[in-house]
Design a binder for this molecule. Structure first.
Ligand code: PMV
Length: 335
């Protein structure tokens, strides 16, 4: 990231809409400054997103509004984040940030991915003037510094991340176009382990080296399945990654069991349904008990009756085309 970029805008505002994402190959564990131990790969969602407006003028200070109300806790977090960025000229601005999500805070969807993604895009609009490939690299890098997984949210469809910024997955077979993601809400409770504490558990984990190897193998094989349209191999790798993430948590010190009995019974039902119907219904899990179902758009009618039978709350989502610039107004110096 260049440290010499200087915005030409003395005041202005920008609004970005940025979706959340769900990892298929899981980022778990850090190296260096906010870099991942292993490569990860995710699908970008469509319905779960954050809209953030960043307004700036010459001066100093920060106001942070969440859902229309001043929010001091978020303000402190964002202030620390802004101070940590390698752009000293940001200190010459007074910022007003207003943010809202389309999904409830506790629905088991990573709100940090969409919110830091949206803020990264807003800051990139202030720092850089053209929306070329480098713009998205910058936005992804800025998002990563706030929340690792957020760096993947600045691209549509699927993205992978192994270094300072994420990159879009270019070779996606049409079998995956419009892939569905139905989220079965098992528990709306607050996360038992923060992702910061979770990543730290990998530092001295007994399976650390093996995990890095496995994630690299899974990453390579998943990319091949995505390119060739092999939904079965895709599903097998995705389920194995989800269970491995939870296995890593169960075998760390201290250990965490984040699945609930209901999570396990739903997984059994998914496996039985898959065997009996021959349909491509697979699951993944985040660091919590809720289940993200993944299945092809072409099978949605048959799968929706299975979902109804589970009698749990469902949030419907699908693979989406990525962030959107809603508006930009900037007043240049000397105007
Ligand atoms: O971006 P963080 O620090 O909230 O970590 C996210 C970790 C997982 O959601 C479990 C996996 C991932 O790759 O998104």
């Amino acid at each position: 990231m260049s440290m010499n970029s200087v915005s030409k805008y003395s005041f202005g505002k920008v609004t970005w809409k940025c979706p959340s994402n769900i990892a298929l190959i899981k980022y778990w564990g850090k190296r260096g400054h906010q870099l991942p131990l292993n490569p990860s790969l995710s699908i970008t969602l469509k319905n779960a997103y954050t809209v953030t407006e960043l307004a700036w003028e010459k001066g100093e200070g920060l106001d942070f509004y969440f859902d229309g109300a001043l929010n001091e806790a978020f303000k402190e977090k964002i202030k620390k984040y802004l101070d940590s960025l390698p752009y000293s000229f940001l200190k010459e601005y007074k910022f007003k940030i207003s943010s809202k999500n389309t999904f409830p805070h506790s629905a088991g969807i990573a709100s940090s991915a969409s919110s830091m993604g949206a803020l990264g895009l807003c800051l990139a609009s202030l720092i850089k003037n053209e929306m070329d490939e480098d713009f998205y690299k910058l936005a992804s890098n800025l998002a990563r510094l706030g929340s690792g997984s957020a760096c993947r949210s600045v691209y549509g469809n699927m993205a992978s991340w192994s270094d300072e910024f994420a990159i879009p997955i270019k070779n996606i077979h049409e079998n995956f176009k419009g892939m569905k993601n139905s989220i079965l809400i098992v528990d709306r409770g607050v996360k038992e382990v923060s992702s910061r504490a979770g990543h730290a558990l990998m530092e001295n984990h007994p399976y650390r080296e093996r995990r890095i190897q496995r994630a690299n193998e899974n990453y390579k094989n998943l990319n091949e399945a995505i390119a060739s349209g092999d939904f079965e191999t895709f599903g097998a790798i995705v389920e194995q990654e989800a269970l491995e993430l939870h296995a890593l948590m169960m075998t760390s010190s201290p250990s965490f069991i984040l699945m609930k009995p209901k999570t396990l019974s739903l997984i059994e039902n998914i496996k039985t349904f898959r065997q009996e119907s021959g349909l491509n219904l697979y699951f993944t899990l985040d660091a919590g008990p809720n289940i993200h179902l993944l299945y092809p758009d072409s099978q949605k009618d048959k799968i929706s009756s299975f979902i109804k039978e589970q009698e749990v709350e469902v949030l419907e989502d699908e693979m989406g085309c990525g962030p959107e610039l809603i508006s930009f107004e900037g007043e240049t110096y000397g105007n």
